[in-house]
Design a protein around this ligand. Sequence first.
Ligand code: ADP
Length: 850
Amino acid sequence: MAQYTPMIQQYLKIKAQHKDAFLFFRLGDFYEMFFQDALSASQELEITLTSRDGGGEERIPMCGVPYHSAENYIKQLIEKGHKVAICEQVEDPKAAKGVVRREVVQLITPGTVMEGSMLDEEENNYLASVSDFEDGTFTVSYNDLTTGENSIAMLSEGFNAVLSELFNRPVKEVVVDHSFDKDKQQLFKDRLGLTVSFCDETVITEDFSYLVKDIHNDKCTKGFGRLLNYIQHTQKRSLDHLRPVKLIELKKYMTLDMYSKKNLELIETMRKQGKKGSLLSVMDRTMTAMGARLLKKWLERPLLAFDEITTRHEQVEGLLEQFFERETLREQLKSVYDLERLAGRVAYGNVNARDLIQLKLSLTAVPELLDILGQFENRSIHALYKAIDPLTELKELLETSLLHDPPIQISEGGMIQDGYHPKLDEYRDASKNGKQWIAELEAKERNETGIRSLKIGYNRVFGYYIEVTKPNIPHLPEGRYERKQTLTNAERYITPELKEKETLILEAQEKSVELEYELFIKIREKVKQFVGELQILAEQISRIDVLQGFAQLADENDYTRPELNNQRSVDVKQGRHPVVEQVMDRGSFVPNDIFMDESNDILLITGPNMSGKSTYMRQLALTSIMAQMGSFVPCEQASLPVFDQIFTRIGAADDLVSGQSTFMVEMLEANHALTHATENSLILLDEIGRGTSTYDGMALAQAIVEHIHENIRAKTLFSTHYHELTTLDEELIRLKNIHVKAEEYEGSVIFLHQIQEGAADESYGIHVAKLADLPEPLIDRASSLLKELENTRVEEASSEQLSLFVEEEKPKAKTSKLESRLKDLDLMQMTPMDAMNELYQMQKQVKQKS
Ligand code: ADP
């Protein structure tokens, strides 16, 4: 290190403290990066890699970005999950003896960005922290620096529950301690795409203890402490706006595991991983960014409490009933800016006059908002606005102090109104009078000299001057002015009087700009005292926004208010799939009923591929989620129970990340449902067993259905192409067969998408292949094979030789051993995982012997 120049030594010293970040090292007008940072950044940002001599034996790799356009580069790095440490010169280079002192003034990380261009308006930007404890519990804490929101949840169902909790939430970064299990860290990265950061400190200092005053649980306090310490280390600025930590009581919300959130495409679609086509995108009729963020939160956590859900339904109904008032309300909401983030920035101390104008406009909209809400007749609406404080004092402060169209810079003046401050008015008068005097002087001089083109101008170097064009100079009386500057076709002059006025004008201007700056800072400080109230107001308005959005949605799409029952019964008349119906021509979606009461827990759904089985199943899950969010639902009439959890095993989406096979994922998901579901849950199992060969798949499917029927009793929709399973209704009294109707017409199949009672009787797979234009000879061959198979099946059935795992020609000795092993299995006591392991062992045995 000794050989390097002092500046490079300084660089290396600072870099050593920020090993996991790109160090943006300020050098004049550039941020430079050196060594490995330069090599990586040049690739990530596609900028030119150069090198410089730094005193060492080899030249040092270097690349840089201009200071003024750094934000864009930082954004790119952050979006890729990196961190950036901004290292500034912290003394005047001219005053420095030796190397200019430099310090890291800010660490920007994916979870802590504040700058507008790096944020999605309609989404929170959470930093999370996960702590694990010896008894197996985990805490997950969240902070959104832009809004100051803090919350924490405690989970005791293992690490998968932690992954499910974080999945799909707008979390970019997770903080853990250094000893946190490495495999789990890897899962954060691979499964959730999170940047993993570290902080071992968990003690909350006295000045921040107010944040955890309502948290009476040591684990939660520690868990949040880690998050807070990390924020303190990275953010070297005011954290006054942080709000007290809210405990997320998970038992108040419906549990949706990671698979279900993914399978049901609540927030993003599976294939494109974008918002479009998700339930969220269909449901969003909010008018403000804050509303959009709250809607997403509601979707992530549907409610369980009857009365809370019904209150929301009641309010939506109230808003739905009065179309015109709702239209006005929506219009009025447009004038409300992002109060929540504005409040965050006010607290941070980096708002400019334009931001405060947005605040003013938002506050101006509030009284009208209240007025319109007052016009809704439904009494439940009162609760929405009665408690709102329109912050009149703050509004008046902003209305009387700020000009409507101020500049972005706060050091240029042009922000404060006349009449706000007497001294400012005085300076402005002086400057205005001076300008008036100059205008009069111009008129007078034109008159007296008779030179009509004479004019008084101003530039930064010479100040005010009188300009006379060359041809007119002979008309100018000798010695009238003092010559100052000669141009090609004009002369510029001054007079002592003009200079005197100039000094006055400029002084007044300078002072007024200075005073404006001071006044603005004071206003900003005053606004800061309202941060807490602004946050509350923001919350109240977001809520109104989400609910009016529900009303609007219900109106546009013909949704109905669902009724809740506590008899575990589902009765939906003419239900539709909220997303699928949107992508189809209006009216072409075929609505279907669904009915399950106390005596019926399982619907076994058969029907050809592509007939609409999985659409039908998802429809119920989505309808229930919507209802429990407080929204109306897509159907003519609905009575629903409050589901505590929804589990899904839908589609054959391989888990590519973890490299697990379809079948393995299928079993894991099924196992997850079977271990956690209660009689108040909803389980959707779509074509379970498809991932493996026919017989073991079918056996597993049957075992699973039986297990649910006997031991769990959750409401279950189970679709299958194993027709053999349709006879289960004879043994399982709470299982009912339904099927999707399809008709054959001139050798092709027509999907009617209608659900009917009873089991389907034919397989239409081959017709689907025909629809997909597979070659004719291939279809013919498949048809004849099918016939053969069907014949064999009939023969097998008639000779009662349907044995699941045994090939007939196998010698007796081999089969009998397996047979006895099979016989000994207590299927009812086995989990699907046990069953699979057993199967695996049996297969191994057969393979070894053959
Ligand atoms: P399956 O699960 O039986 O293979 P899907 O539920 O995936 O079938 O449905 C296949 C396609 O059929 C869907 O993409 C959709 O376009 C259409 N579909 C499903 N249900 C309906 C319905 N009720 N009305 C109209 N079209 C439907």
